[in-house]
Ligand binder design. Structure first.
Ligand SMILES: [Zn+2]
Length: 347
């Protein structure tokens, strides 16, 4: 199917309009500002939202999905304040990965961006079946592709606020057939529009390679696709090196989660130093241009307001840590500015 493309190639589409790709950066490539990730069927329907205090903040940070309300981000005013802090820490563009099922709110994102002067690029797509539910089962592949296309070219949710990329596309462990259908549709839309695409993969360590093969078969752009959450997916650095061979972006996006404990599965998470050690191996094998980093903040307990590290953690704490470990300025610029810019620039 041939459809008119009115995207301005070479630009980045933010929630306030297109900007020249060179105008913005550095970037946080995988974050959430307005989203609801509360797991289904865990809390009673009348559960009150947890009040975060000095006495309970450690428990909530450790077991972030075990306290109702911690995973509800629904306050644009609060997020505008967090974005002003990010700006002081050195960030100026945030990539928001909230897709259908997680209650995306394009009007809220535009408001946060206007109030804080932080550029926000919004994603379109579908999260996992647990969150999206019936909607995904009722849609055909073509209908899904058309919805994504409309969000990218015309606007989301009947607004004129356009998405700037596809993601995060959610896949459960193991992937559900409806999620595979949505992924194939997304690969098709990516081939038509030339946008970046980010995948939240199943946790099996061989899943990312299977997903990249599927994207390629369906016409997707492998060098403009990012696989997210690799720290909870790959037990060995060999897995990262094998995935790098597909040409995709490799996302280490749990910076700031300093605990080895992962509440959803028996997985040993690396801490920030461990993440940098993995990145060093990837660079030494020639993959600098494929590395993306972020923090995937989607809990109140990680915000500055509630005693957390906040969205500026990478700028305040990780860049100095990189310098202390011998990372050069060119490497830091590639990871935080040039690679995400290439991911977001419409091809
Ligand atoms: Zn995710």
């Amino acid at each position: 199917m041939d459809r008119p493309i009115c995207h301005a190639k070479g630009t980045i589409q933010t929630v306030l309009g297109t900007v020249s790709a060179m105008e913005i950066g550095p970037f946080l490539i995988h974050e959430h500002l307005i989203a609801e990730l509360t797991p289904k069927g865990v809390f009673p329907s009348d559960a009150p939202r947890v009040a975060i205090t000095l006495e309970n903040i450690w428990d909530i940070r450790y077991q972030w999905c075990g306290h109702y309300g911690n995973q509800i981000l629904d306050d644009p005013e609060l997020m505008a304040a967090e974005m002003k802090i990010l700006k002081k820490d050195g960030g100026n563009c945030l990539v928001e990965q909230t897709t259908r099922g997680l209650k995306p709110n394009p009007i809220g994102l535009a408001k946060i961006s206007r109030q804080s002067n932080v550029s926000i690029v919004a994603g379109t797509g579908f999260y996992t079946v647990e969150f999206v539910g019936k909607q995904l089962s009722e849609l055909t592949k073509n209908e899904i592709s058309n919805l994504l296309y409309t969000d990218l070219l015309h606007g989301m949710d009947e607004t004129d606020i356009r998405a700037g990329f596809i993601g995060e596309m959610g896949l459960s462990t193991p992937a559900h057939p409806h999620e595979i259908k949505a992924l194939m549709a997304a690969a098709h839309t990516q081939s038509e529009t030339g946008v970046g695409m980010c995948i939240h993969p199943p946790r099996e360590h061989d899943a990312p390679l299977r997903i990249m093969a599927l994207i390629k078969e369906n016409g997707g752009l492998t060098t403009k696709t990012a696989i997210a959450h690799l720290e909870r997916t790959f037990p060995s650095v060999d897995d990262y090196l094998a995935l790098a061979q597909t040409g995709c972006f490799l996302e280490l996006d749990f910076f700031g989660l300093e605990s080895g404990f992962y509440p959803f599965a028996t997985v040993d998470l690396p801490n920030d130093a461990g993440r940098l050690a993995i990145i060093r191996v990837l660079i030494d094998h020639g993959h600098l241009e494929q590395i993306l980093v972020s923090q995937d903040i989607c809990h109140l307990s990680r915000l500055r307001r509630y005693g957390g590290e906040g969205y500026g953690h990478i700028f305040r704490n990780i860049i100095p840590m990189m310098r202390a470990r011998g990372f050069g300025q060119k490497e830091i610029d590639a990871i935080l500015t040039e690679n995400p810019r290439r991911f977001l620039t419409i091809a």
